[in-house]
Structures are given as C-alpha cells and as structure tokens.
Design a protein around this ligand. Sequence first.
Ligand code: FAD
Length: 291
Amino acid sequence: MELAELPADLTLIGGGYIAFEFAHLVARCGVAARILHRGVRPLEHFDADLVTHLVTASREAGIEVVLDTAVTGIEREPGGRLRLRAESGGQAVDYSAAMAVHAAGREPNLAALDLDRAGVAHGPAGVTVNEFLQSTSHPDVYAVGDAAASGLPLTPVAAKAAFVAASNLLKGNHTPVAYGVVPTTVFSHPPLAAVGLSEAEATRQGLKFTAKSELTTDWFTARRLREPVSAYKVLVEEGSGQVLGAHLLGPNADEVINLFAVAMHAKLPARELQKLVFAYPTSASDIVYML
Ligand SMILES: Cc1cc2nc3c(=O)[nH]c(=O)nc-3n(C[C@H](O)[C@H](O)[C@H](O)COP(=O)(O)OP(=O)(O)OC[C@H]3O[C@@H](n4cnc5c(N)ncnc54)[C@H](O)[C@@H]3O)c2cc1C
C-alpha cells in the first residue's frame, strides 16, 4: 500500500501482536489507529505488567486502545465508511472507521482440503500429528507450520518443523520434533519480547523463583535512544539459579531476548550470565543488571 493510499483512520479488531504492530506502524504514518479488544487485557500471552506499560505508551503515541469491547458486526455506510457494531459491558456501542482490519486470530487454512474425506484427523489448531509430525490417523500425511496442531504459529517454528518432517518422510520416523526455547516479539515501538515462562505460569506450576522487575525508562539505554518507556521482568529459579523466563519492553528487546534464549537453552545459571562482559553501550549490556 502506497503511503498516500493509507486511510485517515484505521480500526484493528483484536488486541494481539498483529494489531499492536499494525497500529504502531500506521500511527507513525499519521493514521488515527484504534484497537478494539474484547478482553480486559490485550496481548494475553505477554507479561501483564509490561503490557500495561506498552498500552500506556501506545495511547501516548496516539493509538486508541479500547478494551472489553467485542465487535459483533460490520456494515458499510452510504458514504463509504464502515460502521462497527460492538458490545461492551452488556451495552451496544458503535464505532466508525475508514478501514477495519481483522486481527482477531488466525485459523489454519484447511477447509478446501476436505481432510475428513481423506480420514485426516484435525482440530481448530490444525492437523492432529504425533511427535514425528505425522498425521495420527493417516500415515501418508505429515503436517507442519500453521497447518499442524504442533508448536506455536511462528515462522521459525514452522521452519524447524519442516526440517523434522522432511527428515522423517525421507528416512522414516527417527526424529521427534522438539521446539525448545522459543522467543517471541511484538514489533511495536518499543518492541515487547518474551521467552520462557510468564510469572503467572511459573506460579501455577508451583515453581520457587524470584521475579526481578523494574521500569528502566531512566536507564542510559532508554535515555540515549530517547525511548519513553522501557521495562523488564526476569524470573530466576531458586536453587538451580536458572532463568525460567525473561520479559523485555524497550529498545532492541527483540534482539536482547535471543541472549536470554541462549542462556536458557544452555541452562546457564543467572550468576554465570552475570559474569559476562557485553559490548557497551549495547542494550544487551543491561542484562547483568536484570539478574
Ligand atoms: C500479519 C502477520 C504477522 C506475523 N508476524 C510474525 C513475526 O513477526 N514472527 C513470526 O515468527 N511469525 C509471524 N507471523 C506468523 C507466521 O507468518 C506464520 O507462523 C508462518 O508464516 C507459518 O508458516 P507456514 O509455512 O506454516 O504458513 P505460510 O507462511 O502461511 O505458508 C503457507 C503457504 O501455503 C499456501 N497454501 C495455502 N493453502 C494451499 C493449498 N490448498 N494448496 C497449496 N498451497 C496452499 C499459501 O498460499 C502460503 O504460501 C505473522 C503472521 C501474520 C499473519
């Protein structure tokens, strides 16, 4: 889409990472962006505290973030604008938009394949597969990526699964899929990144851990890069000293999260990670203060 073709305002339906990324992108192009999310908390899979900071930063960037509001229908009005019908707290509410974008979740695109006719078991998350990415009901069928009910619907996860499935197809079922530690990022401004367990999940699992968390807006990295909001939360297991989860909001969070992923994959205790000297002044050099 040419910049000149962007609408004056755009509403994103859903409050997931795609909605936040598009909203931040178009807002910086002068478009009035609005996110309509049905839950009370957007980006449900990310740390609640960091999401609160990102929502504040989003609103300060001019993005209207509307929560607890479920879109129930869309109509085109005579003048060409869209009317979005929604429900909030039991009340009907309408929004007007020049453009509306569906960002309320993706489904595997399997309907046209008529899998039931071929006896290929599937569900809402895709083709039902075993650890070798082979259909549980049809041994001649393998599935990977968004089409398979296996792993997170992310590009590197799909790529890893493709290597595993190709190997199993060619050499027989010798390689079980193991996705390991998978970092994810919301490419907003600033980015929000996560790897490993959330605080809520670690608590639910009954793990003993310390959660270190800080608003780092006045740290040198954020000030140097003129980033108005920056924060982190890192969970370290008591006893093993290993990082259970890392959650970053701020400049270069999308890159720094990979270092936490390496440490978690290598089962490097936090105190070992803290001994490293990182190039300065990179965002990664802040890691030692987060542990
Ligand atoms: C807006 C958006 C942003 C995203 N951002 C990120 C991100 O930042 N990082 C990340 O890791 N992931 C991201 N994702 C998710 C990522 O794109 C997917 O997880 C990844 O592309 C899955 O790879 P795939 O090969 O399974 O499917 P796809 O990449 O969707 O490829 C499937 C291909 O199959 C073709 N196809 C479909 N049906 C048929 C058929 N019947 N016959 C033949 N061909 C068919 C399609 O045309 C397509 O080319 C994003 C997704 C979206 C929608």
